[in-house]
Design a protein around this ligand. Sequence first.
Ligand SMILES: [Zn+2]
Length: 197
Amino acid sequence: MQRIFHTEHNVSEYRLPNSALFPVGPARCPHPGCQAFVRQKSHGFYERNIISIEYIGKIYIRRYICPVCGKTLSMLPMFCLPYYQYSLAAIFLTLYEYYCNQKNISRIRREQQTVYPSLRRRHIYLYIQRFIHNRQLIDYYINNISPGSNVTGSQPEICQWAKGILDEMVKTPPSIFNIHFHQEIGKSFMAHMKMIA
Ligand SMILES: [Zn+2]
């Protein structure tokens, strides 16, 4: 299981394993079927890659374990999206350029080459597909936090819908949206899903 947390630290600070960059373990086990009121214990780190504007390379993620059920939890800093190497900011940027600034995929790739040299058309295409694919889930979340919101209420055409959501995310901003969405839904807004429960 993963959770996303708020951090003021830069991405590059996570290049070394450092407990001080992470919250203390939750006071209660987050796993359904256990949920014991027991402080989750630190349980080492694992490495993952991150591609961000200020740092590209490995970072260390804190892992915790429940002393009762033995299941683990990891805490991702808010600039990460689970299962994506590109940072939230990078992915959000491509979506925003596509839907809000109406740039095509080739142009986005060309313009981001100096910042993200390994960004390919297929990455951008995937991000657009995943975002759109999760429309129902994103709408569900938006309606939960602000019932009757205009962003999703009128079932607008897909590009208008995407633009409305992305504009809302800018205001939130995206890092906070990322944390709250994951907290509420248990998955990221860019999660890969065949079915929406
Ligand atoms: Zn447990």
